[in-house]
Structure formats: structure tokens, C-alpha cells
Design a protein around this ligand. Structure first.
Ligand SMILES: Cc1cc2nc3c(=O)[nH]c(=O)nc-3n(C[C@H](O)[C@H](O)[C@H](O)COP(=O)(O)O)c2cc1C
Ligand SMILES: CCCCCCC(=O)C(=O)O
Length: 388
């Protein structure tokens, strides 16, 4: 098994030995503050902000702080293996790029830059339904690199079915269905800044290239962009969905289906009952329900409920390698990285996203080594204690 981790660590240190004027940040908080400098208030707070008083955003970070790693010594950690297997696919690292829409508000190359950075590293990219670029263009830019597609389940079933069909046709190998965002939350910064990117036509690129979407417009989106935006706002989400509707997804795709936004063990049980292939424990980075449970707090009981029958992934609050190690030790098979990649994109486009991910992977590798852990797949709760 190749030791990807050691190569990454070596590369990162080599880069740092030769500082240049374009040297990128290492510290997470510096990525965020550099992004703050380059973005206008509207886009910056759209990315950085959360729902309401941002209590869930804070809970996400606090949950990671409560768990402590108890390193083990004399474990021969000279060779380390960060690879994982999910749904029959092997990935080099337990790291996915989270689905993130509207990346054109952050960088002109948007999702294409992020997807290319992921392809270069072998990090799977999850393309959002709300991407600025079409899912076909994102797929084209990635060649054979691993990619999944995230579905925002439209109120118009023809559009949902069309998205699933397009994803399958363009080489995405799993569908992530996001359940926690059938509508926009109460996001105070966006309301204060009067900034909602979709209403100025950002982030609907994947819709306006969809035949089922366009079939409902009086004129083409180029001729009448206002009508396209208005129709998008009508059909984006579906508040009436129930567990019975999961069968619709099965009828329209052969790809594995993962549900994103699961926080309650009973919902994990229902996901199992409805035969889904995986779940993603997530509170959408604290962007939806202010006051919701921290995602890491929800993880252990969900993993106990699922008991390895399907893979459990997680996101919301991963900022550093040790966060990722904790999430895996608590039962996640892999983690999704959100805002850190977006700050990388804002600061330095494709190179920024690549650097953020490389640093994170190197940090995971080093944290594993110094904690006496050889393989990501062997991490377990014995590595951690919870401090109250
Ligand atoms: C600007 C932005 C846009 C997002 N867009 C989507 C999206 O289109 N689909 C989705 O499922 N999640 C979306 N998310 C949520 C992420 O997939 C992920 O759950 C979240 O970023 C994790 O929290 P963290 O970034 O604080 O770690 C978005 C998050 C951000 C910050
Ligand atoms: C109407 C809601 C669109 C949200 C799409 C992007 C997203 O998920 C986010 O958190 O922002």
C-alpha cells in the first residue's frame, strides 16, 4: 500500500523551506482573514456566516474541543496508511470536498478550480446542484478523477429526475441528497447585507443548462434571465417530502444514494429501513437551524445505531487534522471539508484549494503518527476521552 501521507508531509515541508512572495497561509484563521480582505461583505458573509445567532456554528467547533486525543507510544508508525474504502471505492485519504454551491461569488473559476484541485490530489469532489458551472463542465474538467453529485431535490420531479440522469451520464459515482436545506434559513448577515446570490443569477448555472428546467420557461434563460431566476426560486426545494419519497430516487438512479443532514439516530434508522447506501452527519455548517446539535455531538450515537451496515460520513466544523482524526475515531468513515476550501479558493483559486487540502492531509498524517496510529481504517474511540 503506498504511503500517501508521508509524501504529502514531505511536499508541504519542502514548500515551506523555500518561502516566496506568493506564499500562502498555513493557519486556518489566516486563510479566513485573507478571504475577508479579498471578498466584498456580501459574498464573504454568505460563506462565513451561519443561521441566526450562529450558535450551531459555535457548537460545531466546541464539540471538537471537548474530545481529546490520548496518544499512544512505541507503536512503530514509520509506515502510515490514510486510505479508506467507501461503497466499493478506495480513496487515498478520508477527505472529500463538501458540496458547495455558488462558488462564482468567491472566485471567477468557481467550481472548476475547486474540482481541478481535488482531481490533482485524488480528493473526491462533490458537485453541488447549486453550482455556477454545469455538472457536465465540472465533470469534464476532472477527467477520470473521483466525483459524486449532490442533489437539491426540486419541487418539480422532472428536474430532480433530470439531475439524477445527467449525473449518471457524466460519470458521478454516487448521489448525495441534501435534506436539511429545502429552503434558506434565517441568515442574519445575508439579510443585513441584502445579499442572496441566487437572486442576481449566481449559482443557477446547473439549472439553466437543464432541459427539464428550461422546458418550463417562456423564453430561454439567456433571453429572459429574470424569468429563469423567478422559476428557480419556485422549484428549488420541496417542503412536502417524506420518507416514502425515497423510492422516487431509487426509481431514477442506479447510483448509490447517501442522505446528507442526518442528526437524529431515529433518522439514521429510517435511512437504513429505506435502503439508502450511506448517510452524512451534518448540520450544514451551522447554516440552517440555529441552536441545532453540533455535528460531532450527533455522530457517536448515529454510528452506534448504524453499526457499520452503511458508511457514515460527517462534516461541519473540520478545520484541522486533529478534528478529522477525532471524527474518524468516533465512527465516521470520511469527512467533508467546506469553508476551509472556500477560503483557499478566495485567496488563490485552484492553488489555494489544493494547498488547504494538502495542509489538512499532512496534518492528519502527522497527528496520526504522533498519536501512535498507523491506519485511518483502524482508528477507534479508544484513542479519545471526552472532557465535560
Ligand atoms: C458557501 C456555502 C455553500 C454551501 N452550499 C451547499 C450546497 O450547495 N449543497 C450542500 O449540500 N451543502 C452546501 N453547503 C454545506 C457544506 O456542504 C457543508 O455541510 C458545510 O460547509 C460544513 O461546515 P463547515 O464548512 O463549517 O465545516 C454549503 C456551505 C457553504 C459554506
Ligand atoms: C435557497 C437555498 C439555496 C442554498 C444553496 C447553497 C447552500 O446550500 C448554502 O448553504 O448556502
Amino acid at each position: 500500500m503506498p504511503n500517501f501521507g508521508n509524501h504529502v508531509q514531505f511536499d508541504v515541508y519542502k514548500t515551506m523551506a523555500h518561502p516566496d512572495p506568493d506564499r500562502l497561509p498555513v493557519v486556518y484563521e489566516e486563510w479566513e482573514s485573507r478571504a475577508r480582505e479579498v471578498l466584498q461583505d456580501g459574498p464573504f458573509y454568505y460563506v462565513a456566516g451561519g443561521a441566526g445567532g450562529e450558535r450551531t456554528m459555535k457548537a460545531n467547533l466546541q464539540a471538537f474541543d471537548r474530545w481529546k486525543i490520548v496518544p499512544r507510544m512505541l507503536q512503530n508508525v514509520e509506515e502510515r496508511d490514510l486510505s479508506i474504502e467507501i461503497l466499493g471505492q478506495t480513496f487515498a485519504y478520508p477527505v472529500f470536498h463538501a458540496p458547495i454551491g455558488v462558488q462564482s461569488i468567491i472566485h471567477p473559476a468557481g467550481e472548476l478550480a475547486s474540482a481541478q484541485a481535488c482531481a490533482a490530489l485524488g480528493v473526491p469532489y462533490i458537485a453541488s446542484s447549486a453550482s455556477t458551472h454545469s455538472m457536465e463542465d465540472i465533470a469534464r474538467t476532472m477527467g477520470d478523477a473521483p466525483r459524486w453529485f449532490q442533489l437539491y431535490w426540486s419541487k418539480n420531479p422532472d428536474i430532480a429526475a433530470s439531475f439524477l440522469q445527467r449525473a449518471e451520464a457524466s460519470g458521478y459515482s454516487a448521489i448525495v441528497v441534501t435534506l436539511d436545506t429545502p429552503m434558506m434559513a434565517w441568515r442574519e448577515f445575508d439579510l443585513k447585507n441584502v445579499y442572496l446570490p441566487f437572486l442576481i443569477g449566481e449559482g443557477i448555472g446547473n439549472y439553466v443548462t437543464d432541459p427539464a428546467f428550461c422546458a418550463n420557461l417562456p423564453k430561454s434563460p439567456q433571453e429572459d434571465p429574470t424569468a429563469a431566476i423567478a422559476y428557480w426560486a419556485q422549484i428549488f426545494g420541496n417542503m412536502s417530502l417524506t420518507w416514502q419519497d425515497i423510492s422516487f430516487l431509487r426509481e431514477h438512479t442506479k447510483l448509490p444514494i447517501l442522505l446528507k443532514g442526518i442528526l437524529h439516530p431515529d433518522d439514521a434508522r429510517r435511512a437504513l429501513d429505506h435502503g439508502v447506501d450511506g448517510i452524512i452527519v451534518s448540520n450544514h455548517g451551522g447554516r440552517q437551524v440555529d441552536g441545532a446539535i453540533g455535528a460531532l455531538d450527533a455522530l457517536p450515537v448515529i454510528c452506534d445505531t448504524v453499526s457499520d451496515r452503511i458508511p457514515v460520513l460527517m462534516d461541519s466544523g473540520i478545520r484541522r487534522g486533529s478534528d478529522l482524526v477525532k471524527a474518524i475515531a468516533l465512527g465516521a468513515k470520511a469527512t467533508l471539508i467546506g469553508r476551509p476550501c472556500m477560503y483557499g479558493l478566495a485567496v488563490a483559486g485552484e492553488r489555494g484549494v489544493k494547498t488547504v487540502l494538502q495542509h489538512l492531509i499532512a496534518d492528519v498524517d502527522i497527528t496520526m503518527a504522533l498519536s501512535g496510529q498507523r491506519a485511518v481504517r483502524d482508528l477507534n474511540r479508544a484513542l479519545l476521552v471526552e472532557s465535560k
